[in-house]
Design a binder for this molecule. Sequence first.
Ligand code: NAI
Length: 502
Amino acid sequence: MDMAVNTRNLALQHALVPVRQARPVALATGDGIGPEISEAVCRVLDAASATVRLVPVSIGEQSYRQGASSGIPDEAWQAIRSHRVLLKGPITTPQGGGYKSVNVTLRKALGLFANVRPCRAWHPWVQTRHPDMDVLIVRENEEDTYAGIEHRQTAEVTQCLKLISAPGSQRVIRYAFELARAQGRRRVHCFTKDNIMKLTDGLFHDSFDRIARDYPEIDAKHLIVDIGTALLADRPEQFDVIVCPNLYGDIISDLAAQISGSVGLGGSANIGDGFAMFEAVHGSAPDIAGMDVANPSGLLLAAVQMLHYLGDHASARRIHAAWRATLADGLHTADIFRPGHSQDLLGTRDFTTAIIERLQPAALAEIDDAGLAWADLPTDWPRSSPKPNKQLIGVDVFIDYDKFGRDPIRLGRRVEALTESSELSLTLITNRGVRVYPQGLPETRCTDHWRCRFRSIHDQPVAHRVIIDLLARFEADGLDVIKTENLYSFDGKPGFSQGQGE
Ligand code: NAI
């Protein structure tokens, strides 16, 4: 622990070394291995005379402990908002206790809609079974289950809301195509699970299909995320750019970084309108913190992405070339060290020194910018279609019910009786999405969480008071309503997934 604190101080000293005509960038050194790898990156940026001035901000574990439940104190917010670019070491998210992930908060609060993660093999220097892989993963960064809206609703059941918006999907998908074009990439895949999540993932897939038409030179393909991930793990060289919703992107980018050689090699950029944050793909690796064994390459490659973003291409190229030369000389950290293949096993500090020793004047640095060109999101694309005609045509009432052996038929009859002379009628009851009334199967195991679906006759629009009246009947009958979800149609099409047999 002491060691980590000392390293943090060292990193901050380096951060304060002024460099010429420098662009200020906020630096959060992070937790776990964060201070060590941040120190390494500061040393390299300093030695390369990169035109950035790193301004330390304190966020993460320490700030949580000092009472900022977001992990980001006000002074840090101010610095980040004023400098607009943040270089960030990995941050530990404490389990439980109401702590929100700093990483997720930063991405969402600053509108960093695209998380760009190049995952490339560095063959023959770093051993991998996939020498030709060079995949750019563009992950949607603000939505999906990462909205963090979760509830425990009954003794047995919890839920997490998955939110996917049309503008959110369109923005990141269009950005993925723009990046593909800027980097001369030929193929963009989209991964979703829209065979199951027809509305949420269906919206993402549909946006992908529409936007792909504006990029006829690029081969666009959709894969269901499970087979997509299997193929990525087996034959990553077949993929070029992959764009996907937040959770899938998080998972497949760790996978892709790992099979390229090590998760420690992955850098990543979080891009928004006027804000950007650069970080490693990996986490704070508490298991190796303070041991001088972490690979600083992920954060270093993120810093290289940052220099390109800021327009200091010369420093970016010098650093990248020196880093490649270090790998080529077989000087490897433990995660990529292979006896008989690597030359020397180096700790974080010595690996960093080796990179610095290999910094060449810009003119001599062999250029290898593949995957590092940035794109701007065009401003003139059609953001949304005309507002659809939205009508209220029913309601799903979720109840906590644990009586009479959880008999669905008994419950169904009781709930049906509540609709007498109402404009709504009960169409079905499901338990964890499976129909149990009417005509369920006796084998279905029921939890204490039930969804009762009511629809208006012939989908005629109903007033909200009809639903309020129905809820009052539930209460009068002693049934515990845990939530409701209104059922709307949009231009006559149901805006909700259909129940089985509906
Ligand atoms: P992790 O990525 O920190 O570690 C996974 C494994 O990879 C560990 O065995 C670790 O030693 C190894 N590893 C990671 N980075 C390495 C490097 N640079 N060099 C060598 N080996 C490396 O994932 P884990 O353990 O699940 O997460 C630890 C903490 O990090 C958690 O609190 C999590 O919330 C946080 N986290 C933060 C992220 C961020 O700041 N962007 C991203 C992912 C996780």
